[in-house]
Ligand binder design. Structure first.
Ligand SMILES: Cc1cc2nc3c(=O)[nH]c(=O)nc-3n(C[C@H](O)[C@H](O)[C@H](O)COP(=O)(O)OP(=O)(O)OC[C@H]3O[C@@H](n4cnc5c(N)ncnc54)[C@H](O)[C@@H]3O)c2cc1C
Length: 421
């Protein structure tokens, strides 16, 4: 492939855009003159096409739209569908990430945008109910989180065992345990958030297309840039730049960049029939590897295990939760929330984490296509960062930021060694 400088490529793309516009005008003119039934409709052409309408794709589309770009979003099924990683009922947002300061910063910045989205939507999207980590002392993760949050003026409170028992009598607390409470954090209504933002974008003129995009390879590049994506039904969609935000399918659609760098694991979630009243003012809680929420909007007491489950195929795997998973969740309840251990199971879900080797997100340029950006590897913690991720991609697309660690594809290994909690 003939290499060109970035500037040459940008000029080439700009002339190409002009040419496409003229072709479109010509097609319209030919049809209007009645001389031909010009079979090929003018190609659709956008500034940026975003493939994938999960949390990363939708916030990217939002930020690009706000920056004045003509954006189209294409999804194989639709925003936050039931098989997508963003399709769950609720997600936790918290800022404590040990020493991983970038995630504390992005989570904190994103909370403001989730609040704003919540305020302009008909139903709540962000429940600022606080997030509590219960841990055995001393915990390096908690100490490091406290240092980072103090530096960044993000509020938190340390709670001794007695105070935990007084505030949250539903919890059994050992004398060597303590709490790390983030009062400004809380829970996000995941599916509702994505679908609300998608509706808002549609109402504001952003194009939404339905269809699976076929995989891309560096060889498809013209002068190092991807000219278009093709849907499985054969439609061609042109754009200046492309963002692939395909969640657990990212390795399939961008195999030369992501093959063997994405570890998709099966994660089970259990909801128990427990009234919110029975858990008092309990916030979102984490007692790793378990975490969960009190009954939010009447959904039931949520318990999930953050340990990576077995590999899973996001398209074909069975999504029935296992009896063993329920037993583990109940054994956990018996230890930490004994009065809830026998509560009836009201609902289960099987979702997937799309993990990178370290747990760090991927936000980077495709190694062989200079106008293609890849975003994903939420690794079980990505949802909360949606707004900040969208801003970063909008800057990459505009050329005002450069790809950076810890998000580079090159730093993602072919075997897992989880470093982000
Ligand atoms: C059980 C569970 C609990 C979690 N808890 C939390 C939490 O508490 N806090 C938190 O911050 N994060 C959490 N996460 C992680 C977070 O939900 C995910 O990392 C995030 O939702 C991933 O979003 P995404 O946009 O990358 O992918 P997705 O939401 O999966 O979206 C990808 C989209 O791409 C589309 N697509 C794929 N291939 C194609 C194609 N070829 N053509 C067109 N479209 C295509 C799909 O249809 C899909 O809609 C959790 C995840 C799970 C599973």
């Amino acid at each position: 492939m003939k290499k060109r400088s970035r500037q040459q490529s940008a000029q080439w793309r700009s002339s190409r855009r002009e040419l496409l516009r003229s072709l479109g005008a010509l097609a319209v003119a030919t049809v209007a003159s009645g001389c031909t039934t010009f079979a090929a409709a003018p190609r659709r052409s956008y500034d940026v096409v975003v493939v994938g309408a999960g949390v990363f794709g939708i916030w990217t589309a939002y930020k690009l739209h706000m920056a004045g770009r003509r954006v189209a979003v294409i999804d194989a099924v639709g925003p936050a569908h039931s098989g997508a990683s963003s399709g769950g009922e609720s997600r936790v947002t918290r800022c404590g990430y040990g020493e991983k300061e970038i995630y504390s910063e992005w989570a904190w910045r994103s909370i403001g945008e989730w609040q704003a989205l919540s305020a302009r939507s008909g139903l709540p999207i962000f429940h600022p109910m606080g997030v509590l980590w219960v841990h055995t002392q001393p915990s390096e993760l908690v100490q490091a989180s406290a240092r980072v949050l103090s530096r960044k003026n993000i509020p938190f409170t340390l709670l001794a065992a007695d105070e935990l028992r007084r505030r949250y009598p539903v919890m059994r607390v050992g004398s060597d345990e303590a709490g790390f409470l983030e009062p400004a954090a809380g829970a996000l209504m995941a599916r509702r958030a994505i679908q609300s933002l998608a509706s808002e974008l549609k109402a504001n003129g952003v194009t939404f297309l339905s269809g699976a995009v076929t995989p891309i390879q560096a060889e498809q590049g013209e002068h190092g840039a991807l000219p278009a994506v093709i849907t499985k039904s054969g439609e061609r969609i042109d754009a200046e730049q492309f963002v692939f935000a395909c969640g657990p399918w990212l390795d399939r659609i961008c195999p030369d960049a992501m093959a063997n760098r994405l570890f998709v694991t099966r994660q089970e979630v259990f909801f128990f029939s427990v009234d919110a009243g029975a858990t008092g003012n309990l916030p979102v809680w984490a007692d790793l590897p378990f975490y969960g929420l009190p009954s939010l909007e009447g959904r039931g007491f949520k318990v999930a295990n953050d340990t990576h489950g077995p590999p899973m195929d996001p398209s074909t795997s069975d999504r029935r939760a296992s009896a063993a998973g329920e037993e583990e969740a109940r054994a956990f309840l018996a230890r930490r929330f004994p009065s809830l251990a026998k509560a009836p199971l009201s609902e289960t879900r099987v979702c997937q984490y799309e993990n990178s080797s370290s747990g760090d997100l991927v936000i980077d340029r495709h190694p062989g296509l200079e106008n293609v950006w890849l975003v994903g590897c939420g690794s079980g913690h990505g949802f909360k960062h949606g707004p900040a991720v969208g801003s970063h991609i909008a800057e990459l697309v505009a050329g005002t930021a450069k790809p950076r660690e810890p998000f580079l594809i090159a730093s993602k290994l072919r075997q897992q060694d989880r470093a982000v909690q």
